[in-house]
Design a protein around this ligand. Structure first.
Ligand SMILES: NC(=O)c1ccc[n+]([C@@H]2O[C@H](COP(=O)([O-])OP(=O)(O)OC[C@H]3O[C@@H](n4cnc5c(N)ncnc54)[C@H](OP(=O)(O)O)[C@@H]3O)[C@@H](O)[C@H]2O)c1
Length: 251
């Protein structure tokens, strides 16, 4: 049994808690969070601790808090002998300075509390400061997911950057598209079949092959008509920059 203490109560901690709890080879010893209310939907109820209070003995301490809070939360673990990992794609092992056995456990997925996920399908990117700690972290990762990869900082950062384009930016584009409909009092659900097909065709075609639209076709008249409709200067700039990027991709 791998004994785990989880620190955090946000989106990632919520999903990690479910996965850790379900896994047969893992014993979840404690969840540490600033506010007990934030754990009210963690099912089943968990042994709870507060920052600064007693911390259970564990083989691995998993810190799933905001990137900027990792150092402070790691500071709660002084003197603990276990491996200490954070879940950030962007932060390095230095975020855990002062910890003798640091590591990273970065799950490459978008986590929202309101959306259930199958943790088994999530790629887990792992790294440890000491090579001898890798087998333990790999065992934990293998107990949770079918896809485990060892990645160094540069590769993880590149992957995180790619994930921002693939998920964060594309999601924001959907938000803006919905806003354009809402502002014209058009039903947003008219976009739903398009949205479904946008993602489902990527199962069989590459993104390069899937691209359509006026920028792909080089249709200037349509692009100018679109720009005329965009009164907000940031939206205009976005339209122009992304259209230019599409244009150059197929030039
Ligand atoms: N969400 C994703 O899709 C995703 C994917 C992969 C990796 N990650 C990484 O996973 C980590 C957690 O992300 P998240 O999405 O779960 O964040 P989140 O939902 O915003 O939750 C942030 C957590 O950090 C805690 N926190 C913030 N400041 C703190 C402080 N000064 N001291 C102690 N705790 C503090 C919050 O506690 P309170 O509730 O008390 O404020 C909360 O538990 C981040 O490193 C992130 O980069 C996120």
């Amino acid at each position: 049994m791998i004994r785990v203490v989880l620190l955090g109560s946000g989106n990632v901690a919520y999903h990690l808690h479910r996965a850790l709890h379900r896994s047969k080879g893992i014993e979840l010893k404690q969840v540490i969070a600033r506010r007990k209310e934030a754990l009210s939907d963690f099912v089943p109820p968990v042994p709870f601790g507060i920052p600064g209070g007693p911390v259970a003995e564990a083989d691995i301490y998993m810190i799933a808090v905001a990137d900027g809070a990792i150092e402070a939360v790691a500071g709660l673990l002084g003197g603990k002998a276990g491996l200490v990992v954070h879940t950030s794609g962007a932060r390095d092992l230095q975020a855990l300075k002062g910890v003798s056995r640091p590591g990273v456990f970065y799950p490459l997925q978008t986590f929202s509390r309101l959306r259930e996920l199958d943790f088994e399908d999530i790629p887990l990117c792992i790294e440890t400061g000491r090579p001898e700690d890798l087998p333990l972290l790999r065992s934990l990762a293998n107990a949770l997911s079918k896809q485990v990869v060892e990645l160094d900082l540069a590769s993880r950062r590149r992957l995180h950057l790619a994930a921002v384009f693939v998920n964060n930016f594309s999601n924001h584009m959907v938000y803006l598209g919905e806003a354009l409909c809402r502002e014209a009092e058009l039903p947003e659900n008219l976009l739903r079949p398009l949205l479904r097909e946008t993602y489902s065709k990527l199962e069989t075609l590459t993104a390069y092959q899937s691209q359509t639209g006026p920028a792909r076709r080089g249709d200037q008249i349509t692009q100018e008509a679109h720009l005329d409709q965009l009164k907000d200067s940031l939206r205009r700039q976005l339209y122009q920059m992304i259209s230019e990027s599409i244009h150059q991709t197929y030039d």
